[in-house]
Design a protein around this ligand. Structure first.
Ligand code: ZN
Length: 345
């Protein structure tokens, strides 16, 4: 099969790779029908050390089950399924608490013996717990929106859930990438009436307004903080959904959250040290939360709205490419000429 590997920063290649095969009775083999490139794939694209052996890439996919291990039930060959960005048994103590990214038998794609999703096919460990059957055909127009359940929609939703967004909370979303836009959509779904989107890419913030943003703040740093405070009577917002991951986004979050508020981070932090003391979080009683979204926990909940067309999260995809064009797809996302790139192997 053909599959994507990264050999170092900026060095993405599509190469021949062995076809995946069942290894455990709990595995499935999925032929990938749609995949995509994630904003978080850009972190290794910027700083992966060069190596002789490439790293498989991709953690968002939906596809058709081609083969199943003997211990997988509830699924069959030919089923169209979506996989969250982490595999999990869906039965252990952490999965039962809705924290599938901490599954005792789980893990992440493109690590160790498990391949990546930017490929023609993939071996899925813990298939019964991981894969969710989709009641549509492979030619459905809903595929882009259904694919967002693998990561970005679940991640945006996780940010909003962790922050306890509701009709009484004001919300600021930092970042107008796909996850930030999904955080807007999620805050809207949870009833928020004021949703301030901090982003400065016109086409993205326009989509954010379609998804439910009530205000857009393109300014950054101290100026951005001041604008958000102006929009909230000087008080700041109850909840900040931080979908970027850089230190300046964290500092902005601290600057715009109101006393007693919540900062919920789903942008993968590119820092280890950040202010949490009296002058930042402790003094004003701020809660800091967030982490890798247990996307699996939200699929059943978010699926009906997608199937019935009440939301259209797939609008975040603004470019579709074949597998051979994946290196161009990375470049386009890195140069911000594409918001999110859909791959049709
Ligand atoms: Zn588990």
């Amino acid at each position: 099969m053909r599959a994507t590997f990264m050999y170092g920063a900026g060095d993405v290649r599509v190469e021949n790779a062995p076809d995946p095969a069942l290894r455990q009775p709990t595995d499935a083999i999925v032929r990938i029908v749609r995949s995509c490139i994630c904003g978080s794939d850009l972190h290794p694209y910027h700083n992966l050390p060069a190596s002789e052996q490439g790293t498989p890439m991709g953690h968002e996919f939906l596809g058709v089950i081609e083969d199943l291990g003997s211990e997988v039930s509830g699924l069959k060959r030919g089923d169209l399924v979506v996989a969250p960005f982490a595999y999990s048994d869906n039965t252990c103590v952490f999965c039962r608490e809705g924290l599938h990214t901490s599954c005792l038998h789980g893990g992440f794609w493109a690590r160790g013996e498990v391949g990546g999703g930017q490929a023609e096919a993939i071996r899925v460990p813990q298939a019964q717990g991981t894969l969710v059957k989709l009641p549509v055909g492979e030619d459905s127009e809903l595929l882009p929106s259904l694919l967002t359940l693998a990561d970005v929609y679940g991640t945006g939703y996780h940010a909003a859930k962790q922050a306890h967004v509701n009709a009484r909370t004001t919300v600021a979303v930092i970042g107008d990438g796909a996850v930030g836009l999904m955080a807007v959509l999620s805050a809207k779904r949870l009833g928020a009436e004021q949703i301030i989107l901090m982003g400065r890419h016109d086409e993205r913030t326009k989509l954010g307004i379609d998804f439910g943003a009530t205000d857009v703040v393109p300014e950054r740093g101290a100026e951005g903080v001041e604008k958000v405070r102006e929009l909230t009577g000087g008080e700041g917002v109850h909840t900040v959904l931080e979908a970027v991951g850089y230190m300046n986004a964290y500092e902005t979050a601290v600057g715009i959250v109101r006393p007693g508020g919540v900062i919920s981070r789903v942008g993968v932090p590119q820092y280890e040290d950040a202010p949490i003391g009296f002058g930042s979080l402790f003094g004003p009683n701020i809660t800091l939360t967030g982490g890798p979204a247990p996307a699996r926990a939200y699929i059943e909940e978010l699926l009906p709205d997608v199937l019935e067309g009440r939301v259209e999260p797939g609008r975040v995809f603004d470019r579709t490419i074949g597998l051979e064009q994946v290196p161009d797809g990375y470049r386009a996302m890195d140069e911000r000429t594409a918001l999110k790139v859909l791959i049709q192997p």
